[in-house]
Design a protein around this ligand. Structure first.
Ligand code: E4P
Length: 215
């Protein structure tokens, strides 16, 4: 499973990149707003750090606006993936971009039928939002399983990108469910290596060694 970081914070992207296991980046309008920076400029900066896919979301909600904005974002760097919502206009724009050879990430996916349609339209990535589904009392992982099963059964090439991941258990469930990619905040990436027994074990190794050999 590929690992993307879900942030527009350059420092976090650099830190995750330095771990050597980062495959890409996802951004969205809320994440850019949090940074308070120019979207285009920040995308340029991110693409100088990360070679893998960098998702850039459109602000437009109409088809023409999405196509115009998406083309402009795609011209920033060859690894930009245009992020579009799973709406009728987004689906149309997804098909147009697929015909032009521009990659798309279809976001705000909350049900398997959206994932099916965007796969038919030639999406590169689909982003089901697990955490936000959990937030309303349903099980976000059910959606991952359903999309996996539909894509495998019909041989769609769209990559299943699990999004809105809130904790390490989501990550493990995504790995077991066969998600192609997971995008996560830096805080979750940091949690993935944490285990109290690792810390306790390491401390004991060092104490034992020092007792025997000093230092
Ligand atoms: C993914 O592309 C989205 O930007 C993100 O995962 C949304 O996560 P949230 O529900 O925690 O805001």
């Amino acid at each position: 499973m590929e690992l993307y970081i879900d942030t527009a914070n350059l420092e976090e992207i650099q830190q995750a990149h330095d771990l050597g296991v980062l495959d890409g980046v996802t951004t969205n309008p809320s994440l850019i707003a949090k940074e308070g920076v120019d979207y285009g400029k920040r995308l340029e900066e991110i693409c100088r750090v990360v070679e893998g896919p960098v998702s850039a979301e459109v602000i437009a909600v109409d088809y023409e606006g999405m196509v115009r904005e998406g083309r402009q974002r795609a011209s920033i760097a060859p690894n930009i993936v245009v992020k579009l919502p799973c709406t009728a206009a987004g689906l149309k724009a997804c098909k147009s971009f697929a015909d032009e050879g521009i990659k798309t990430n279809m976001t705000l996916c909350f049900q398997p039928l959206q994932a099916w349609l965007v796969a038919k339209a030639g999406a590169f990535l689909v982003s089901p939002f697990i955490g936000r589904i959990d937030d309303v009392g349903q099980d976000g992982m059910d959606l991952i399983h359903q999309i996996r099963s539909i894509y495998d059964q019909y041989g769609y090439n769209t990559k299943l990108l699990a999004a809105s991941i809130r904790h390490p258990k989501h990550m493990l469930d995504c790995l077991l469910a066969g998600a192609d990619v997971a995008t996560v905040p830096f805080s979750v990436i940091a949690q993935l290596l944490k285990h109290p027994l690792t810390d306790i074990g390491l401390e004991k190794f060092l104490v034992d060694y020092r007792k025997a050999f000093g230092g």
